[in-house]
Design a protein around this ligand. Structure first.
Ligand SMILES: [Zn+2]
Length: 464
């Protein structure tokens, strides 16, 4: 494959030859070999393929056959009822995602019965931590039987109230969702954004999920390169383009582990040469994770996910540790209007920071947290530059990045989200993203609409 007249990082136009899964040559005036396919880039920028450093593939595949139950979808009870009425069940269930309490308050089985009494319904809270089922759903899951599963909430009289907290694995098993979902739609969707690699940050990933990812990649349903985070028992047997990543721990402020337990847990991971990734969305979670990392010692690749609220003293604490932060500037756009109502004025500048981390010398990578965030990384880049909410309010202006730095959040190596961006150069893997325009134009309007062709391992996976 010969890509003619592509704009490379230095702004110069070059011809780029791909052989096998690599870039073999970059030069001016390369001559096409007999039968070699030629693409004229017409001066469009040729970028390293994007790597989304934090998303959830199983949930993303499932979300594609679900109804959206919160903003930017329904924003009140009547709109939610309308969305549910028009939903088509799959496997007998209506499956909702993206619920936020601003729509119709905290939900339980009885409030869902009033919205949908006739068909089994399960709705996932936007946080990803909670599912709520209606009574028909509770019935199907056997919640009213005397099962003792931590995470099945019960009201004072002992009846299950339909709220299922952090038991996705149990729920999947109970629903008989043993067979892995079809990832081809997800793979194609991400390829359309120029994404050639992703890190799946799901804490519950184990051998079953690892194998499912391996076969989805082998079938090319997922053309992307994968880093899989997850549990302690995640296999250490890399298959083609699928690697084991950090051991993932989700901290939750209402049920924080003991300090010594957390430190031991980090040391266990490090002892088998695995980095640790800790999900921290509140200040308390971030402080606990940082102090535990300080006590446990560090391992290359240790990271903090989200770091959603980071006051200056906490940034300073983190700057003393060899940690990478992987953040989601897209939430400023997607959830910013709600933050303006929920978060105190003085704390708004500390939400999903970008420049603050970099100025403190902390390596910073980007992820979308799809499906809890929009999977399009260009929207995240734009949010990192503009810091603008859906309604156009600017939030944390001093955290804004230049377009080049926003792009770099997604072009760093898969195993070093805060490292130096990958480069389009001879010998590099041909995971590439060709834009319709030169970078000088693209940088003014960061959007996936300008992704023309995506290459994974030298093969075209998006774009004619
Ligand atoms: Zn996540």
């Amino acid at each position: 494959m010969l890509i003619r007249r592509a704009e490379i990082g230095d702004g110069e136009l070059r011809d780029v030859r791909l052989v096998g899964d690599r870039i073999s040559e970059l030069a001016e005036g390369l001559v096409a070999a007999n039968g070699e396919e030629v693409v004229d880039a017409e001066g469009g920028a040729l970028l390293p393929g994007l790597h989304d450093h934090h998303l959830h593939l199983f949930a993303l595949a499932a979300a594609r056959c679900s109804v959206v139950c919160g903003p930017p979808g329904p924003s009140n009870r009547d709109e939610l009822a309308a969305v549910l009425r028009s939903a088509n069940p799959r496997d007998g269930w209506i499956r909702g995602v993206g619920y936020h309490d601003s729509v119709a308050g905290p939900l339980d089985r009885w409030s869902l019965d009033r919205l949908e009494p006739d068909r089994p319904l399960r709705i996932q809270h936007r946080s990803g931590a909670l599912w709520i089922v209606n009574s028909l759903g509770a019935n199907r899951l056997g919640l009213d039987a005397a099962i003792d599963v931590p995470g099945v909430e019960r009201s004072a009289d002992g009846r299950a109230n339909g709220r299922l907290l952090r038991i996705d694995g149990w729920l999947r098993e109970r629903l008989g969702e043993a067979s892995p979902p079809d990832f081809s739609g997800v793979g194609a969707c991400l390829a359309g954004f120029g994404v050639t690699g992703v890190t799946d940050a799901t804490p519950g990933n184990g051998p079953v999920e690892f194998e499912a990812f391996g076969s989805a990649v082998a079938r090319r349903d997922l053309p992307q390169r994968l880093i899989v985070m997850g549990r302690a028992d995640l296999p250490d047997t890399p298959t083609h383009r699928v690697e084991r990543g950090a051991r993932k721990l989700l901290l939750a402020e209402d049920a924080l582990p003991e300090f010594d337990e957390l430190v031991g847990w980090m040391r266990d991971a490090h002892a088998i040469d695995r980095p640790v990734a800790v999900h921290c969305v509140t200040r308390a979670e971030l402080v606990l994770a940082a102090t535990a990392f300080a006590a446990a010692g560090s391992h290359p690749g240790d990271r903090i996910e989200h770091a959603s609220v980071a006051p200056p003293d906490v940034v300073e604490l983190l700057s003393e540790l060899p940690l990478t932060v992987v953040t989601q500037p897209n939430f400023i756009h997607e959830r910013g209007d709600a933050y303006l109502e929920e978060v105190e004025v003085g704390e708004r500048a500390w939400l999903y920071r970008c420049r603050g981390w970099l100025e403190a010398g902390i390596p910073l990578g980007g992820g979308t947290d799809a499906p809890f965030g929009d999977p399009d990384p260009w929207n995240a880049m734009r949010a990192a530059v503009e810091r603008s909410t859906r309604r156009g309010q600017v939030m944390g202006e001093q955290e804004a990045l230049a377009p080049e730095r926003a792009l770099a959040l997604f072009t760093t190596p898969s195993n070093a989200p805060g490292g130096a961006p990958r480069r389009v150069e001879a010998g590099a893997l041909a995971d590439l993203c060709l834009l319709t325009r030169p970078w000088s134009e693209a940088r003014r309007d960061l959007s996936s609409r300008q992704v023309r062709i995506t290459f994974c391992e030298g093969r075209r996976v998006h774009g004619a």
